[in-house]
Design a protein around this ligand. Structure first.
Ligand code: HAS
Length: 549
């Protein structure tokens, strides 16, 4: 791809890894504070570190990395960017960065210890919300740049389906833009006026509802780029085609439909929403599981085809014929394996009654560490190993391949130990989001930590291994970005592995966006119109939500 597009992608990935570095350091501190092994100085607060950890890793690392990946893949699959697309992408990048710096500064100043799920009644400095709004606006500008690039391609290739990578990028962007409407509305009309003191109170239920309208699809904004790697990159590494082009596209458009009208599954214990609407959104949540099951099916089929092509015999012989020594594959395979318990945990969370058991416990923290923290993050790590050398034209040397393997193994062990402990502690009843790590030495809490896997030591070991792993990754990133020798010989040149996808049987209507946007809006109206209008009509007395606006 063109040099200027490489530069754009590299800046995005560079910022992503700076956020990763600071975020994982906060994670390490977190583990030690929770185990009473570290006393913080008076000016630093547990919730401050927790907020920085969540914001920098879950929101900032992911977002910048995703755009770096999108930019590279769109330039590779649709051709180099034009000057306008490039300009908008840079503007988007700088606006997102400005928002990030503003929000981070507020966290460091101790003015925004409201966690990455920053909803009311917790209140931060108004500048924190302005920073977050800028982050969203920045991603919209970058998104519109990519949509513009796609539109030019479609104009020049009338009647043709776009390449799978581009199709999936546009699907993710459509979902993202619709999802953000919820958070943008609440930030602009509720949080900012409230935080700057222009209104006295806030309608908490309404603000949380608008937040979760965004909060759930946000997790698919992280997941879909990982799925893109699974569908488009993995088959190429395995030496086969995409298993089914239409299945891949269908699973993606199902995310546009079902990822948004489900936010109530985060609010199942909140009294302000009637059970009927909660139940309806629980049903829709079970619909959004379907495209993930389709993805799992598609992956197994891809592995079997590849394994048999390599001479694998019998029922499971193909499994041994996969390229296990190729770190680009092994990393992503382990990431997928983690998503089996991760997804199962999600199904438990979404089950109306079971949610009572796990809500607001450490189980949820375990859940997101084996969804975004492993399947998604480890897929991004697997991409990093070739993406940066591809962009910089440097070598990914043998020693770095070994380090990559160590990094992936340590990350897996660390996450396994830590998230298992978190899941178990949650089931025993340990609450999440608390600085009181020994729960004020409550006798029941002391018993929770007696278990082998729920022991303080296990958690601390898990967290420390994760930090070591993160530092190895940072070393690989710095080497491949700046220091590793340039790839001169053809055998050293790192390529972008993009699999061929047979579109000859793919129906054209799959790329008619108006169908999917129309259906998505319809489902959103069905799931949200009545409960939202109830909330607005019955805002608590004195609440200055939308009524004053
Ligand atoms: Fe979740 C809470 C429900 C998926 C992230 N989730 C969270 C929070 C986060 C998060 C961050 O219904 C906490 C928010 C907070 O701070 O309060 N989640 C679900 C459901 C799914 C799900 C139904 N979550 C994710 C993903 C995330 C993520 C993905 C990040 C990327 N989640 C919930 C609910 C809550 C929740 C409730 C609120 C709980 C509460 O009360 O607070 C589904 O999308 C999951 C479907 C996935 C599958 C798995 C398919 C498996 C595949 C792998 C195949 C493997 C292969 C390898 C091929 C059905 C595709 C083979 C290997 C071998 C070794 C055999």
């Amino acid at each position: 791809i063109a040099l200027q597009d490489r530069k754009l992608a590299l800046w995005n990935i560079g910022v992503a890894y700076i956020a990763f570095l600071i975020g994982t350091l906060c994670g390490l501190l977190q583990v030690f504070i929770r185990n009473d092994a570290l006393q913080l100085p008076a000016w630093l607060d547990y919730y401050q570190i927790l907020t920085a950890h969540g914001v920098l890793l879950a929101l900032i690392f992911t977002t910048f990395f995703i755009f770096g990946f999108f930019i590279t893949g769109m330039s590779k699959s649709l051709g180099s960017f034009g000057p306008k697309v490039r300009l908008f992408s840079w503007v988007g990048f700088w606006v997102t960065l400005l928002g990030t710096v503003m929000a981070t500064a507020m966290i460091v100043a101790g003015e925004a210890s409201v966690l990455y799920t920053f909803y009311a009644p917790l209140k931060a400095s108004g500048f924190y919300y302005v920073g977050l709004a800028l982050v969203i606006i920045g991603t919209w500008i970058s998104s519109f740049a990519l949509v513009g690039h796609y539109r030019v391609w479609r104009k020049n290739n009338k009647g043709q389906l776009s390449p799978l990578f581009a199709f999936m990028t546009i699907t993710t962007i459509i979902m993202w833009i619709i999802a953000c409407l919820g958070v943008v509305t609440t930030v602009l009309f509720q949080y900012i006026p409230w935080a700057f003191g222009w209104t006295d109170t806030i309608d908490v239920e309404l603000s949380r509802t608008l937040f979760w309208f965004f909060g759930h699809p946000l997790v698919y904004f992280w997941l879909l780029p990982a799925y893109m790697a699974w569908y488009v990159i993995v088959p190429k590494i395995l030496g086969v085609k995409v298993f089914s082009d239409s299945l891949a596209r269908l699973s993606f458009v199902l995310f546009i439909l079902f990822s948004i009208p489900v936010g109530f599954h985060h609010q199942l214990t909140e009294p302000g929403i009637s059970n009927f609407w909660k139940f309806l959104q629980v049903v829709l949540t079970f619909m959004v599981i379907v495209p993930s099951l389709m993805t799992a099916f598609s992956m197994f089929a891809t592995f079997e085809i590849a394994g048999r092509k390599n001479g694998g015999k019998g029922l499971f012989g193909w499994f041994t014929k996969l390229p296990w020594k190729d770190i680009r594959f092994t990393s992503i395979f382990i990431a997928m394996a983690f998503f089996i318990p991760g997804g199962a945990g999600g199904i438990i969370n979404a089950s109306f009654q079971l949610n009572e058991v796990v809500h607001n416990t450490l189980w949820i923290v375990g859940h997101f560490h084996i969804t975004v923290g492993t399947p998604v993050a480890m897929t991004f790590m697997g991409l990093t190993f070739w993406l940066i050398p591809y962009l910089t034209g440097r070598k990914f040397t043998k020693s770095m391949k070994v380090l990559g393997l160590i990094q992936i193994i340590t990350w897996s062990i660390g996450m396994l130990l830590m998230s298992t402990a978190q899941h178990l502690l949650g089931l025993l009843g340990a609450p999440r989001r608390t600085a009181y790590s020994s729960y004020n030495d409550h006798p029941a809490a002391m018993e929770w930590f007696d278990g082998i896997l729920t022991n303080h030591v296990t958690m601390a070991i898990g967290g420390s291994i994760l930090f070591v792993s993160a530092m190895i990754l940072i070393y690989i990133v710095v080497m491949t970005m700046f220091l590793s020798p340039k790839a001169v010989e053809a055998k050293d040149v790192v390529d972008f592995p993009m699999a061929e996808s047979d579109m000859s049987n793919t129906p054209k209507w799959l790329e008619n966006w108006w169908i999917w946007i129309g259906l998505a809006v319809l489902l959103i109206v069905i799931a949200y119109a009545i409960p939202l209008s109830h909330m607005i009509q019955h805002a608590p007395p004195g609440s200055e939500g939308f009524k004053t606006w």
